[in-house]
Write a protein that binds this ligand. Sequence first.
Ligand code: KG4
Ligand code: ZN
Length: 347
Amino acid sequence: MDKRKDLSRQPVRVLGIETSCDETAAAVVEDGRIPLSNVVASQAELHKKYGGVFPEVASRQHIRTIYAVVDEALQKSHLSLRDLDAVAVTRGPGLAGSLVVGMNTAKGIALAGNLPLIGVNHLEGHLYAAWVRRDEHDDHPEPQFPLVALLVSGGHTELILITDHLQYKRLGGTLDDAAGEAFDKVARLLGLPYPGGPSIQNAALRGNPEAFSFPRARLDGTWNFSFSGLKTAVLRVVREFEEKQQPLPVEDLAASFQAAVVDVLFTKTLQAARMFKAQEILLAGGVSANLALRAAFTGQNEFRVHIPDLSLCTDNAVMIATAGYYRWLHGQRDPLDLDVLPTWQLL
Ligand code: KG4
Ligand code: ZN
């Protein structure tokens, strides 16, 4: 079943499939670094009217699009099933009904193509997006261990020490809202459309980050984060403006909120990198697409920083194929009755 290869001669190609939330995605990645294709069908427009992801709508839409998405990913890579070495699929965490669609598709392909199936943790996928090269001319070096990773997405805010491939130590995480969740909730408070992160970022471009002095929960002595106080502080200001029947200074509020989030994430990650003598820092997850956050990290020169290409920060299948490649290298082969794990934590 397993096509073992001479690694010194033949490239290893992994098909990745991702359907954990509201993106239907498939991609082929060579040797865990070079994307041969990257297809993402976003459902954002469908969910906009609900102000967030509607799980039942998401799983139905995955079913409608998954075959076309996988076909397109294979076509764009100019490969057929015969040329692949493994199928990697997001096993969790995510929406159960959505995960099942990707998992069943991956199982079908593994069976039909006589390929090993590799279940991948979605969060590990986000981390491995930092290993992907833009193209053959991209000479950004591979991340070196030990490194401190800040994983910021819609569901997670985690500080992680990575000592080697697939070796993680969780340093801390959010005690309440995830960073992306805070962006999404504050966007709603400000009347900005879903998804909230990009909406706040755009509004903030025209705002003054010092217009409001929002709280920064430092939680000294821990590597944890908390964003609920900040969210409440924004809510309080919004109510004050409503009571006075004054127009909401949306742009200043967005800029001041974003500055508070970036400040806390940046400061704590740098402290952790110093404390744990990391060589480098890695940013990952949907919120790492935030330009102010990226600018904070690229603006310092104490640590080399790895941030995935913008197109690979939010959910995609290149990151799943890449993490799948490292799992494949380490000998992971999953059975064809593999279950999805909607609440699976990486650490
Ligand atoms: O990683 P992701 O695509 O999905 C999860 O695994 O959760 O992250 C989605 C989150 C959303 O909360 C979205 O608002 C946030 O990432 N996000 C951003 C930006 N782009 C996406 N947050 C801040 N600034 C952005 N530019
Ligand atoms: Zn994600």
